[in-house]
Design a binder for this molecule. Structure first.
Ligand code: NAD
Ligand code: MG
Length: 382
């Protein structure tokens, strides 16, 4: 197996599961971008055949750290895609952002199972990614907790019997805040998610609820139901991870404690099941389930994402790229929290390229959208 993004939140949760059973899981490749010490340590522990660091200048350091092991090392973005192309029987795609797209495509081209956490690759290039999975006979397993929940409840043999998908959302740390309050929140407040422990980028996406917008697009590509049948529902306890309603009125849900090791274990063992060391759900302690409709005024990102996927073409890739740039700027303290959705909206207004029909065309749109959003932020900062 291979883990792309092995040092991140999803990557380390995956390592946690496989390191409990070294007889069953043999590691082919591990990759990371900048955490050379974390990568080297994980490669040493798992006796990985290959370790790749994305930041090319860290290559010599990685080689030195692993010099006394049998682990081969490499560096640079191309080397990550090459590691993915080696074709492990099971690949965890847990790189954050559109940077994960080329490696995901490489893993799909090699066949095998690709466990997909990297939602941005589906947002930017959904049709191309799904077609690659089909044409290469690869299996795409959704790891995002909502999509994994839907996957567990969805009768793929009878999609026409599905009336709607209910995508649940925690509402994030600012669920009850006013716009005025949100204008002043800090990066530290935004990454403090009430229920889940995650990487910085997705934590900010949860706070703006862009995460749910990205997940709407992700669900649309993964499951063959119309966009008008995918509904977003705020459920602050994050116990029901999503639901599928059938034409007879039955609603199937997948529940559990908010711990990514459950959906990761599901993808690791699929179509079997394996034990995962997660806390048991104590219903009496949870006490109650609350639900509310998302507020489009306070969380405009959801509407932007829905409009982008309804329009199709390059719109989702532009939305995703602008969001990545804006979230990075917010985390760096260069823009305010409310500027994130505003920059995404403005980038979509200013840049409307034709639909990309290849991986390279998607990456070109991604690059140009980043440049447009970046220029806009220079204006804001000035
Ligand atoms: P993270 O920031 O904790 O980790 C990201 C990983 O990607 C790290 O290993 C990092 O080294 C690597 N990386 C970053 N930039 C890279 C680049 N340019 N090239 C190559 N590698 C790079 O992120 P995370 O929270 O683990 O999220 C990973 C993906 O999984 C995201 O797409 C996220 O939306 C999705 N996801 C995460 C969670 C969660 O609980 N963390 C849940 C659902 C979905
Ligand atoms: Mg999710």
């Amino acid at each position: 197996m291979t883990i792309l993004g092995a040092t991140g939140s999803v990557g380390t949760s995956t390592l946690d599961l496989i390191e409990r059973d070294p007889q069953t899981f043999r590691v082919e490749a591990l990759t990371a971008h900048g955490d050379v010490a974390g990568l080297a340590a994980a490669a040493r522990r798992t006796r990985a055949a290959l370790a790749v660091i994305g930041d090319a200048k860290l290559g010599p350091q990685l080689a030195e750290m692993l010099a006394d092991t049998d682990t081969e090392t490499a560096a640079g973005a191309d080397a990550i895609a090459e590691a993915a192309a080696r074709g492990a029987d099971w690949t965890m795609a847990a790189i954050v952002g559109c940077a994960g797209l080329r490696p995901v495509m490489a893993a799909l081209a090699a066949g095998g199972c690709v466990a997909l956490a990297n939602k941005e690759s589906l947002v930017s290039a959904g049709a191309i990614v799904m077609e690659a999975a089909r044409s290469h006979g690869a299996t795409l397993l959704p790891v995002d907790s909502e999509h994994n929940a839907i996957f567990q409840c969805f009768d793929a043999a009878a999609p026409d019997r599905v009336r709607r998908i209910i995508l649940t959302a925690s509402g994030g740390p600012f669920r009850t805040r006013s716009r005025a309050e949100m204008a002043a929140v800090t990066p530290a407040q935004a990454v403090r998610h009430p229920n889940w422990s995650m990487g910085a980028k997705i934590s900010v996406d949860s706070a703006t609820m862009m995460n749910k917008g990205l997940e709407l697009i992700e669900a649309h590509h993964l499951f063959p139901v119309g966009l008008d049948r995918i509904e977003i529902l705020v459920h602050p306890q994050s116990v029901i991870h999503s639901m599928v309603e059938y034409c007879d009125g039955s609603i199937l849900a997948q529940l559990g404690t908010p711990d990514m090791r459950t959906p990761i274990a599901h993808a690791l063992a699929w179509p079997q099941r394996m034990a995962a060391p997660v806390e048991r759900l104590d219903f009496a302690k949870v006490g109650r389930f609350d639900f509310e409709a998302p507020d489009p005024e306070r969380f405009p990102a959801i509407g932007l994402a829905r409009a982008a996927i309804e329009a199709g073409g390059a719109r989702p890739a532009v939305l995703n790229a602008a969001n990545e740039v804006a979230v990075a700027a917010f985390l760096a303290g260069r823009i305010g929290f409310l500027d994130i959705a505003a920059i995404v909206c403005e980038t979509l207004d200013r840049y409307d390229p034709p639909a990309p029909d290849s991986l390279d065309a998607v990456l070109a749109v991604d690059g140009e959208a980043r440049a447009v959003a970046g220029r806009m932020m220079e204006g804001l900062a000035a």
